[in-house]
Structures are given as structure tokens and as C-alpha cells.
Ligand binder design. Structure first.
Ligand code: NOJ
Length: 727
């Protein structure tokens, strides 16, 4: 029987309660990721009134609950198990924002694949990932979970992650259904405050926030999760325009829409539903198929049906989608296929190796002066200090639900393994967050004995991720006072000081960047963090990560991003009446794309063909890259465009591509990139795509700092057809 026939046969036999069961997802209780805690679901599973679970990551328990569904419920419909597989599962990889710094779609797909394999081994069939919210406000803790500030980059990550999580065949025992989230425009929450309202233009939704989701749908994503937030007054969980019209209508998304945690009930808190029945009605009518944790469909839809607020056909449509997903996942054929095979030690070790390699490549070397890095091989004594120097459990990052924190590698442990002949002197100095300063003197004293100082500081892992907004983007607790005292002491003693900065967001620490000899952004790199960091510090790996967000120098600059429009009075130093702050520079601390390596690169000879471009053309962009440094290293080259004169003011830079090249000292190579001219269309005044004739600048270089970009103008030409209309 084909899928559709099987679904119809089942549906003909289902009671309303069983149908609503298929639309209900509840927590199984291995871990807690939200406010409503569910009790034991066994009876409901037997009764067929719960069709999906979340928060269980134990194959044995998963199979036991699956057995209740398959063998003891009337219709034997298998359960669907979902989980937050955000940056790894058992093995933790760098947080998504850190992984974005690789600018490497293959790597993005690899970690997603590895995570899916581990989660599938725990009986899980759905990953609540990838998170695709473009975020330009680092106060928002969830920036750590997403692709950074740029929509085009977000779209590349979306494609790679969906491919990695789902594999080429959803029914494969190691494939999971991906859930692209949080649809859409969760990133611009007011003032960066978690769960706050969102009020932005339709253009911004279309140009900035939707493209990653469009890419996920084009890549065949199985499911979508609407954001908790409202958009201009309409909660996304009930957004007919964006869910039904755009997602289902324009993008032809026919997969499952699964609500966020308790989000349907929260429609009452938003102030758009008076009771659970109304909330359920709004969500169902917008196209939400699965109710996660609100019990709104189970309890509210029968009432709504009686009142004529929803139709049976609307409920059936959602049930069909859920059953189809279960069929596509192969759950009907082999309900126990995920979690059937134990993971081998060799496979686990290989994933740790992957985590180490990806971790090292996610590190962004923000500054390196006085040849502070890499550390000399011969170093006899090294001080490793700071509250994050020996903090294995912090290394995993914010979504480490199934991780084993005691197996995470701290910086101290990583350096110990990498430098067996070096004496390491450790002192935490201060805590991450407390106001205590009693340990500072002991840490300062180590400077006298050591040849160099590694200072590990930053945020706790729990300070980013969900429900983790910060108003202040500096170091918490007494870390700044400690760092400044240590830097001063190191300077007096003539010791190089290398700061390793842990965070789920760019921290506004210009003072640190000014005073330390070297600064590394180490984000949260996962299980192998310490080894990855040691690999970079010791020069085994030349750093190659590039910041996927514009790095602010103070929180007052936020939102700060390279894709701003020029405005009518762009900054001019000599003119008071131009766009500026009285008390802060406009310039970021680091431009998007910034990141040093142990090589040194020069870019030259930008070549663009053709120079006269029509809509159907593909533009070839080539640039020569020379490593004029003393070590082999990788360089990433970014390709931007700018349309200087158009019917709608265009951003100063728009990202269109990136390319990487590894070069030995003295070697020169060429990076070639292709841009379909159709990408140079934009939304006109009526928000419809237009391809306007005239000049477009192609800008290529190492980051989004205009001063460092080579540029070449091209002319867009519009063919005029026989009817005299341009295209
Ligand atoms: C709420 C979060 O917003 C979402 O990202 C996550 O998948 C669910 N909780 C489930 O834990």
C-alpha cells in the first residue's frame, strides 16, 4: 500500500481523540527544556492520545514507550521522538555561531550528520534543528544557536544542516527529521530581550529573515517550528500570512509544522486568544500540526469543533501530515530501527576527533601581536589562569542536554596533553560570576614564574542559549578587574599575555583587545574544546575561523551589522551633522569576517567576467591570494556586492559568496567564485523582485571592512523583449 492509501485507511478508523493524539507532543522527562513539566505518559500512549514525545534520549526507554504505542495501542501507530540536537548530542560540537565561523558547508553538514547518528542511536527521530534565526543583537542569548547576522550565510548553513541531519533518505535508521526553527524573525526581539515582541518591516522579514527558511524548505526540510514571538502583533504560532500563505503557499512546504514548547497556550498570554479552545483554533487554522506541550489540541479542539470554529477537515489535514512524516521516517515499518544498534567505541572516538578538528577551525584569532602565538615549542613554564581555564563542564555550551560534562576537555587538560614537557601553573583567580576577589593575588604571583600567560575568561555556558539575554556585553563578575591586574603584572614582568575568550556572543571588550598581546574567540567549542584550543595555541593548527557577526565595541552600537543602508547623512569626520555617536566610534571592534591566521595574506588582481551582465548570466569572480607569511595557513575570501543607485536604497554590502584556500609560505593561488546574476535582483518598492539596469560593485576581500576590499564595477543590462518590456 502506498503512503497515502495507508494514511486514508488509518484515518477512516481513527476516533477524534486518536487523531488529536497524533497532533500532541509531550515531554517524556529525561531532561527539562521549558516550564510545563509533564507526568507519566504511558497510559496516554496506550490510549493513542499521545503521538509524539520530546526530551527522552535513552534507546531502552524509547523502545519501551514505542512498544506501548505499537503493541498496546488500538491502532499501533508508532511514536515520534524529538529532541534538541543543536550542536551535537553525546559528542558536543561548537555552538552553531562558532561553527558558522568555519565558512565551510561540508563541515557544517558533517557535524550535523555525526549528531544525527548519535541521536538516532538514542532512539530519536526528529531534531529540533537547525536554528536559522538571523541575529544582529548579541544581547539575545539565542544568537549562539544560529547562523549570525547574514541572511545569505544563513541560507548556506540551512542547506548544509538539513542535508546533514536528514541524510539522503529519511527512512534510514541514522536519519532524523530536521526542524528548521524558529520561523520567523525571532532574532530581532525588542532590545535583545528573550521572548519579547518583534516589530520590524515587511521588507526586513522578506530580505533578512526569510531566506534561510526558504533555503531549508528548498533542501527538503521535514518540519518547521514557529517562533514563540509575535511579529508586529501577530504571534508566529497563529500567523496565517506567514505560515499558510508564505510557507505553505509560496514555498510549497508540505511537511509538518510543530509548535514551540507550550506556544499554543501562550497565545492567551499574547492576548490574542481568550481560552485554550481559541488558542488551538488559531494555531490549527494557521497550519500548526503538532502541539508541543500545551495540550491545547487535545483539550481545546473538541470544544472548537463543537462550536464550529474548526472543521474536521482541518484536523484531518494536520493528522495526515504527521502520519506521512512517520511513514517517511520508516517508523511504521521498523519502529525500533533507531536505537537498535549500540554505538561502537571507534565511532565515538572518530566523532571526538571531528569535534576537535572543527573546534580548532571555529576559533577566531582576533589579535596576535609581538609574535605571542603560536607558543614556542621550547616553553618551559606556562601560567594558565582564569575562571574558564579548568572548567570542563562549561566547555560544552548551552545545549548540552545529552552530553557528559565530565568528559569535556578543559584548556588546562588540553595544554597538559599538548605540552608534556612544560610546567603548567594554574590558578582560577576569580569565579565566572561572583564578586569574590580573594584568589587574584595567587594568580598574579604566577606571572613571575611563567614565560607566558594564558588567561581564560568569559561567560558561563548558561549565559547564552534560550532564556539567556544579557543587557551588558562585558565580562561578568570580577573578571575585568582580575584581567586588568593580570595584564598589568604580565607587562611589568615582560610576559606575553594571551586571552582566550569564551562566549556565545561577541563580547564588547575593547579594553581587553587593546591590552592583551593576543586574543582568541573560543566561543563554546564542545567536548574537545581544550584540545582544540591547545592545537591552535601550540601551532599544530593555524587558526582560520572568521567572525560570522560584526563585533561591537560597546552595547550602545547594537544592532550593528555590515548590511546597513547608507542613509542620507553617512558619517563624515569633518561634518558634525552626519550619522554618528557623540561618545563612541561607529566602527565595530572587528568587522564581519575578521580573523587572523599564522600566515599573512595579500589579495590582488580582481577579475570579473562578464562586465556587462544580463539576468541569465553567471558572474565569475577571481582573485589572487598570496601567503607572504612564514607558515602554512588558510585564507577565507568574501564576495560582496553593492548597488549604489537603485529604486530602493540598498545595503552598503551584501554577502554573495565565500571561498577558502590553503597556501604554504610564499605560495600564491586563485580563489574563483560564481554569482548568478539573478541574485542581484532585489525587492522593489512594491516588494516584488526587480532586476534594475545600471552599476553594481563587486567587492572582494578578507572581511566586511570596505577599506580592505578590492572592487570592480559591472553594468547590469536589461534585455528588452519584442513586447518592449524589460526583464
Ligand atoms: C523551546 C525552544 O525555543 C526550542 O528551540 C526548543 O526546540 C524547544 N523548547 C524544545 O526544547
Amino acid at each position: 500500500m502506498d503512503h497515502m492509501a495507508r494514511i486514508e485507511a488509518l484515518m477512516a478508523d481513527m476516533t477524534l481523540a486518536e487523531k488529536l493524539g497524533q497532533l500532541t507532543m509531550t515531554a517524556a522527562g529525561s531532561t527539562v527544556t521549558g516550564p510545563v513539566i509533564a507526568g507519566d505518559s504511558s497510559d496516554a500512549i496506550r490510549a493513542g492520545t499521545i503521538g509524539s514525545l520530546l526530551n527522552l534520549f535513552d534507546a531502552r526507554q524509547a523502545h519501551e514507550l514505542q512498544r506501548l504505542a505499537v503493541e498496546e495501542s488500538r491502532l499501533g501507530i508508532p511514536l515520534l521522538l524529538g529532541f534538541d540536537v543543536i550542536h551535537g548530542h553525546r559528542t558536543l560540537f561548537p555552538v552553531p555561531l562558532a561553527e558558522a565561523a568555519l565558512f565551510d558547508p561540508e563541515a557544517w553538514a558533517l557535524t550535523a550528520r555525526a549528531s544525527a547518528i548519535e541521536a538516532a542511536a538514542d532512539g530519536i527521530a526528529m531534531a529540533f534543528a537547525p536554528m536559522l534565526d538571523v541575529a544582529r543583537d548579541p544581547r539575545w542569548g539565542r544568537s549562539a544557536e544560529g547562523p549570525g547576522e547574514d541572511p545569505w550565510l544563513g541560507a548556506q548553513i540551512a542547506r548544509a544542516k538539513v542535508l546533514g541531519i536528514q541524510g539522503s533518505d529519511l527512512s534510514h535508521p541514522q536519519s532524523l527529521a530536521a526542524v528548521a526553527k524558529h520561523y520567523v524573525a525571532y532574532g530581532p526581539v525588542t532590545a535583545g530581550r528573550e521572548y519579547a515582541s518583534v516589530d520590524i518591516s515587511e521588507r526586513s522579514v522578506l530580505e533578512v529573515h526569510l531566506p534561510p527558511f526558504a533555503a531549508a524548505v528548498a533542501a527538503g526540510v521535514a518540519a518547521i517550528m514557529p517562533a514563540f514571538t509575535d511579529l508586529n502583533g501577530i504571534p508566529m504560532t497563529a500567523h496565517v500570512g506567514l505560515l499558510r500563505d508564505v510557507l505553505r503557499g509560496q514555498y510549497h512546504f508540505d511537511g509538518v509544522i510543530v509548535s514551540d514548547y507550550n506556544a499554543i497556550a501562550e497565545l492567551m498570554r499574547h492576548g490574542v486568544a481568550a481560552n485554550l479552545a481559541e488558542a488551538a483554533t488559531l494555531a490549527l487554522k494557521a497550519g500548526v500540526d503538532i502541539d508541543m506541550m500545551a495540550n491545547a489540541y487535545r483539550l481545546g479542539l473538541p470544544q472548537a469543533l463543537d462550536a464550529g470554529a474548526v472543521t474536521m477537515a482541518e484536523i484531518d489535514q494536520a493528522v495526515r501530515r504527521v502520519l506521512l512524516l512517520k511513514l517517511r521516517l520508516g517508523l511504521f515499518e521498523q519502529p525500533y530501527r533507531r536505537g537498535a544498534r549500540a554505538d561502537s567505541a571507534a565511532a565515538r572516538a572518530a566523532r571526538r576527533q571531528l569535534a576537535r578538528g572543527i573546534g580548532a577551525r571555529a576559533i577566531v584569532l582576533l589579535k596576535n601581536e609581538h609574535a605571542a602565538l603560536p607558543l614556542p615549542d621550547s616553553i618551559a613554564t606556562l601560567a594558565v589562569v582564569g575562571p574558564l581555564a579548568d572548567a570542563p563542564s562549561e566547555m560544552g555550551g548551552p545545549w548540552s542536554l545529552a552530553g557528559t560534562p565530565d568528559t569535556h576537555v578543559s584548556v588546562l587538560a588540553g595544554l597538559r596533553a599538548a605540552l608534556p614537557g612544560t610546567q603548567l601553573l594554574y590558578a582560577p583567580g576569580v569565579d565566572i560570576q561572583s564578586q569574590q576577589t580573594g584568589g587574584i593575588a595567587q594568580a598574579l604571583a604566577l606571572c613571575a614564574q611563567a614565560q607566558a600567560v594564558i588567561l581564560c575568561l568569559g561567560e558561563a555556558a548558561a549565559m547564552s542559549g534560550e532564556a539567556a539575554s544579557r543587557a551588558h556585553l562585558d565580562l561578568p563578575g570580577q573578571q575585568r578587574a582580575f584581567a586588568e591586574a593580570l595584564i598589568e603584572r604580565a607587562r611589568q614582568m615582560g610576559r606575553p599575555l594571551i586571552a582566550v575568550l569564551f562566549s556565545g556572543r561577541p563580547l564588547a571588550v575593547p579594553w581587553l583587545v587593546e591590552q592583551a598581546d593576543a586574543v582568541l574567540a573560543a566561543w563554546f567549542l564542545g567536548s574537545e574544546a581544550g584540545n582544540a584550543i591547545a592545537d591552535v595555541l601550540c601551532g599544530l593548527v593555524s587558526p582560520s575561523g572568521r567572525t560570522p557577526v560584526t563585533w561591537p565595541r560597546s552595547s550602545g552600537q547594537i544592532p550593528i551589522f555590515f548590511g546597513q543602508r547608507p542613509g542620507g547623512r553617512p558619517l563624515q569626520a569633518s561634518d558634525h551633522y552626519t550619522s554618528r555617536y557623540l561618545d563612541e566610534s561607529n566602527a565595530p571592534l572587528f568587522a564581519f569576517g575578521h580573523g587572523l591566521s599564522y600566515g599573512r595574506f595579500t589579495l590582488s588582481n580582481l577579475r570579473v567576467t562578464p562586465l556587462r551582465v544580463q539576468l541569465a548570466d553567471t558572474i565569475e569572480v577571481r582573485i589572487d591570494v598570496a601567503n607572504v607569511g612564514a607558515r602554512t595557513a588558510q585564507e577565507t575570501v568574501f564576495l560582496f556586492t553593492h548597488d549604489p543607485l537603485a529604486s530602493v536604497a540598498r545595503p552598503l554590502l551584501e554577502l554573495r559568496g565565500f571561498g577558502r584556500i590553503e597556501l604554504q609560505p610564499g605560495e600564491t593561488g586563485t580563489v574563483t567564485q560564481y554569482v548568478p546574476a539573478s541574485q542581484l535582483r532585489f525587492l522593489g518598492q512594491d516588494l516584488e523582485p526587480v532586476f534594475e539596469p545600471g552599476e553594481v560593485e563587486i567587492l572582494v576581500g578578507p572581511c566586511a571592512d570596505r577599506a580592505q576590499l578590492l572592487r570592480q564595477s559591472i553594468q547590469l543590462q536589461v534585455e528588452v523583449d519584442d513586447a518592449g518590456t524589460g526583464r
